[in-house]
Design a protein around this ligand. Sequence first.
Ligand code: NZQ
Ligand code: ZN
Length: 390
Amino acid sequence: MDNFNFYSPTEFVFGKDRENECGELVKKYGGTKVLIHYGGGSAVRSGLIDRVKASLNAAGVSFVELGGVKPNPRDTLIYKGIEMVRANGVDFILAVGGGSVIDSSKGIAVGALYDGDFWDFYAKKLPVTKALPIGVVQTIAAAGSEGSGDSVVTKEEGMLKRDIGADVIRPRFAVQNPALLCTLPAYQTACGITDIMAHVFERYFTNTLEVETTDRLCEALLITILKEGPRAMAEPANYEARANIMWAGTVAHNGLVGCGRSQDWNSHAIEHELSGLYDCAHGAGLAVIMPAWMEYVVDHNVMRFAQMATRVFGCQMNFENPKATALEGIKAFRRFLHSIGMPINFAELGAKEEDIPTLVEKLNPGDGWGFVPLKAKDVTAIYTIAAHAS
Ligand code: NZQ
Ligand code: ZN
């Protein structure tokens, strides 16, 4: 196991009706003037925004609001948010929504304390060192942004999707009421399930030896999702299934299951070019890319893939031919994704094979990094496998 620091300072406030506490939580973390930031309307329609406002009013915290965050959140709304923060003396951002709303909030929180263009951080021109405090009322289990130090934003001009990572953008608190997930469309539930599994796999495929504790934590999360995911798809209002998925989604991405081990993240980087170019859902893009990545790199460590196959997907170990077991596990993963309604190839996603050179050029992998460092030719091969998968 490698040396590590584990820092996850977010206060998770989990359970029924807990959104009614967000006013007191904002106060606890020093907020006096709040920007409520939300998406395209689901939180308004469900009455959640009204409950959040009532909670802020009850706590004597004043607020302004900015809705309209799109999935794959855009820089253009972040510029608007930064202006609003400055014009109204906002000192706390409250994200009410999913990964896109939370990531947009993080962009505003960073940009509001910087005199230049906030995109400088996403363009990696300088490191993120300060941000306004952020709180979250989470409405979808997927991206894990409620507990992560990451934000992924799309520059409208050129549809360039880029990320930042820093501990200062980890939310101070995240309200997690599983009942809020019950209004999710089936497709979004499935995208979330896929993203959660991908966050675990990005950590599971490691070159670090002797990491049984985190291996087993990863496997527990994956097995939980394989059971609870289909249950939530079949019974959208099942609180317990939603609760287990919601907590699994947070633990999958707050850093815990990646402690002390090298990680990969190539599937995420390769996917971000798809959701950048086609504006598809991140989880759907991962469903197409991640099994293709697995097939491409399987020979790097056949036994690790065979371990996934046997421990997570219940495949029988073939000791004479461990690669057969490894490939069976990858197949089982892809079959599961298809069974919950995810696309598994370019045509189903709405991507085009002739765009592969553009995707690779935008990604610009250089010498690569991760489980298997990937160069342009490798990324091209993975997109090509993904294009034709069945
Ligand atoms: O905009 P509204 O109307 O709210 O609708 C949203 C949106 O259309 C809808 N939705 C959310 N909660 C709902 C609901 N509909 C009904 N009932 C509810 N309770 O769901 C749609 C998708 O929302 P979005 O926030 O985009 O989903 P998600 O949480 O999957 O976030 C995806 C974004 O997060 C990024 C992705 O790249 C993508 O841009 N990621 C962020 C990460 C991070 N910050 O740590 C890590 C991830 O790997 C990921 O890259
Ligand atoms: Zn993800």
